[in-house]
Design a protein around this ligand. Structure first.
Ligand code: NAD
Length: 264
C-alpha cells in the first residue's frame, strides 16, 4: 500500500527515542520529510545518525528544544515554521502515590503533556487549514480512559489530550485537516524498560517476572499480555498521518493490546 506521504513535511516531538523515534522512522520510510526533536543537541544528533542508518537517503532534520515550557515551543516553531503533519508525541510519566504528588507536579504534567501539543497545534493549524490539508495526531494513552492508580496526574494529562484533540477536530469542519488521538498501551521503550528494571529490583524478582506480574495485577484486561513494540504504535500513527485516512477524524484510536474492555 502506498501511503502517499512523499513530499509531506512531518514534525514528531520527543522523537530521539521510544515511540517518537519509531514514528519518525516509519514516516521517513514512507517518504515523508521528518523533523525530529528532543531536549538536548547531543541526543538529537545521535538519533539523526541512527535514523539515517535505518532509512538511507531520508530527508531528515533535528531540532533540540525543551517543549515542556512555552519558550521551548517558541524556539521549536521558529526553527520549523511550517508543517503538513504534526505528531504531538512528547510526554512524561512518573509513577507516584497520589498523596505524594504536590501542586507543582500536577502543573508540570499539565504543561508538559497537554500544553506542548496545544501550543504547537495552535501555531501549525492555521496554515494547514489555509492549504486545506494537514494531519495532527496527539499521542495519548490507554491511561487517558483507564486512569492509572499509580500515576493519577499522568492519567489526567492523557485524558485532557483526548478532549483537546476532539475539540480541535471540531474546528476543522469542511477542511482537509484531520485531528486524531492514538492511545498506546504499555510499550517497550527505554523509559518503560527502566521502570520494569526498578520494579524487579524492588520486588526481588527478574524483569520477566515483574512484567508478568504487571499484566496479571496492574493490566489484567490486556488481551495480548505483553508489552507493545514501538513499531506497532508507529504503524497506526503513520496510517493516520497519511492522505488515506481522510475519513478518520476526531477519533481516539487504540493500540493497547485490548487493555480497554470496550467494543468501540
Ligand atoms: P520516552 O520517555 O521514551 O521519551 C521519548 C522522547 O521524549 C525522547 O526523545 C526525549 O528526549 C523526549 N522528551 C522528553 N521530555 C521532553 C521535553 N520536555 N521536550 C522535548 N523532548 C522531550 O517516551 P515514550 O515512552 O516513547 O512515550 C511517547 C508518548 O507515548 C508519550 O506521550 C507517552 O505518554 C505515550 N505513551 C507511552 C507509553 C509507553 O508505554 N511507553 C504508553 C502509552 C502512551
Amino acid at each position: 500500500m502506498d501511503l502517499q506521504l512523499s513530499g509531506k513535511r512531518a514534525l514528531v516531538t520527543g522523537s530521539t527515542s521510544g515511540i517518537g523515534f519509531a514514528i519518525a522512522q516509519s514516516l521517513a520510510a514512507e517518504g515523508a520529510e521528518v523533523i525530529i526533536n528532543g531536549r538536548g543537541r547531543a541526543g538529537v544528533a545521535a538519533a539523526l545518525e541512527r535514523l539515517e542508518q535505518a532509512v538511507p537517503g531520508a530527508k531528515l532534520r533535528g531540532v533540540a528544544a525543551d517543549l515542556g515550557a512555552a519558550t521551548g515551543c517558541e524556539q521549536f516553531v521558529k526553527a520549523c515554521p511550517d508543517a503538513d503533519i504534526l505528531v504531538n508525541n512528547m510526554g512524561i510519566f512518573d509513577p507516584k502515590p497520589f498523596e505524594e504528588i504536590p501542586d507543582e507536579e500536577w502543573f508540570h504534567f499539565f504543561e508538559t503533556n497537554v500544553m506542548s501539543g496545544v501550543r504547537l497545534t495552535r501555531h501549525y493549524l492555521p496554515a494547514m487549514k489555509q492549504r486545506n490539508w494537514g494531519r495532527v495526531v496527539f499521542i495519548s494513552s490507554e491511561s487517558g480512559i483507564c486512569p492509572p492508580a499509580e500515576m493519577v496526574h499522568y492519567g489526567m494529562s492523557k485524558s485532557a489530550q483526548l478532549s483537546v484533540a476532539r475539540g480541535i477536530a471540531e474546528t476543522c469542519v469542511g477542511s482537509g485537516v484531520t485531528v486524531n488521538s492514538v492511545l498506546p498501551g504499555p510499550t517497550r521503550t527505554e523509559g518503560v524498560a527502566t521502570f520494569f528494571a526498578r520494579l524487579a529490583e524492588e520486588q526481588g524478582v527478574s524483569v520477566e517476572e515483574a512484567e508478568r506480574a504487571f499484566f496479571a495485577n496492574a493490566r489484567p484486561t490486556s488481551i495480548i499480555k505483553r508489552l507493545i513494540d514501538p513499531a506497532e504504535v508507529a504503524a497506526m500513527v503513520t496510517y493516520v498521518c497519511s492522505p488515506l485516512s481522510s475519513a478518520t477524524h476526531g477519533a481516539a484510536l487504540r493500540v493497547e493490546g485490548g487493555v480497554v474492555r470496550s467494543m468501540v
